[in-house]
Design a protein around this ligand. Structure first.
Ligand code: TXA
Ligand code: MG
Length: 365
């Protein structure tokens, strides 16, 4: 299949509208089109058409038991999709829509089984990105969309990354520039008396608590392997770069990371590094070091994390060493993505030692 690419251009509203009309027509015809949102790019199809939705699963190589998010353009469009909204769900829509928040709600009879993967709930999100919203409006249907990566790879935050995974597999890609937030939406189950965060994301736990009073976190997210995550997608390996990755946490992470990098270089490794400025700027200039510096700002890490992981594949590094962030605010979502990308290889630095908290340790240490 020939994949079309529509490049949107700033201040060319008329031209852009024509392109979005072509994309929307393909969605109405049951095809799959990738589009930008403020979190990551989505792989969209008509969310009320089961056979169109199956094409998303085929293009992504996604397991059929992993349900999709339905994207809507106006708040009231959720009404036909749900069997009823809790007071908590309504409060969250009021506070955070449009934006990077996905609500799991009881589903209505309209929802194809392909979307909900056999669950009796459906996930719904109203993005703030104007291109996403205009596309949904022009298509005239809710758009089912997972992140537009091949299953298991980092989510794409620009059209080039989508093209890398999806060229030849889908009808088209709308290039609307880079996604601002860079990590996926927060997924909240609103069907329980106390809502539960199934996936941390752009709307933080602290922000949710301000509206809801109390909110829980799915215990499976803490890496407790005895629990099965309530969001089926959270159980899969994800965001995995090609090289093995190790995540440094603990008080002495900066120090131990610098020492580990020196040892890795000495043993001839090409090393991808993700670190804050304090660590990144203290490293030697070496052609075997590919350094990604998030300054001291978790938002910079969020915006760039997935492209950086992909860039390590392009640079063919042998190993990736990443520095953890504090698990508050956006840090909760970032640590969730970092742990997964690292396949749970977590190294704890304290008392002038490095301990393997889970997973394995690089052989040069
Ligand atoms: O930011 C985002 O959320 C992006 C953009 C494109 O909107 N989408 C996205 O979709 O990340 P996806 O499919 O990659 O992740 C959706 C997550 C998965 O972990 C899935 O299992 C979970 O939401 N999910 C979907 N429907 C659910 C449901 N009814 N109950 C529990 N979890 C659900
Ligand atoms: Mg995804």
């Amino acid at each position: 299949m020939q994949t079309r690419l529509w490049r949107l251009i700033k201040n060319e509203e008329q031209l852009n509208e024509e392109k979005l009309n072509e994309a929307a027509a393909l969605i109405r015809e049951g095809e799959v089109v990738a589009f930008p949102t403020e979190t990551v790019y989505g792989l969209g199809a008509n969310g009320l058409n089961g056979s169109a939705v199956r094409k998303i699963f085929a293009a992504k190589g996604r397991p059929a038991d992993n349900p999709l998010i339905l994207h809507i353009a106006k708040k009231n469009e959720i009404e036909q999709l749900t069997a009823g909204l809790s007071a908590n769900a309504q409060a969250l829509m009021q506070a955070f829509w449009p934006g990077p928040l996905t609500l799991v709600v009881p589903k209505s009879a309209l929802i194809p089984d392909e979307v909900s993967a056999g669950l009796d709930t459906v996930a719904v999100r109203m993005p703030v990105h104007p291109v996403a919203r205009r596309l949904i409006a022009l298509a005239g249907c809710p758009i089912a969309a997972p992140s537009a990566n091949k299953s298991g790879k980092p989510s794409p935050t620009n059209a080039q990354d989508v093209l890398e995974d999806m060229n030849g597999l889908i009808a088209g890609i709308i290039d609307g520039g880079s996604s601002d937030i860079g990590v996926e939406s927060t997924v909240v189950d609103t069907t329980t008396p106390v809502p539960v965060i199934l996936r941390p994301g752009g709307i933080t736990k602290e922000m949710l608590e301000e509206v809801l009073g109390a909110v829980e976190i799915d215990p499976a997210l803490a890496g407790n392997s005895e629990c099965r995550p309530k969001a089926p997608g959270m159980k899969y390996r994800h965001y995995a770069p090609q090289a093995p990755m190790y995540l440094f946490i603990g008080n002495e992470a900066p120090l131990q990371m610098k020492a580990a990098i020196a040892k890795g270089l000495a043993s001839g490794k090409k090393i991808g590094v993700i670190a804050n400025a304090a660590v990144a700027t203290a490293l030697p200039k070496d052609s075997n070091l590919v350094i990604r510096n998030w300054q001291e700002d978790p938002a910079v890490l969020a915006e760039n994390l997935f492209t950086w992981l992909r860039s390590f594949d392009h640079e063919k590094v042998n190993v990736i060493l990443a520095q953890g962030v504090a698990e508050t605010g956006l840090g909760l979502a970032l640590m969730n993505r970092l742990r997964k990308a690292a396949g749970n290889n977590i190294l704890l630095a304290e008392n002038q030692k490095l301990f393997v908290q889970s997973g394995t340790c690089p052989e040069f240490l």
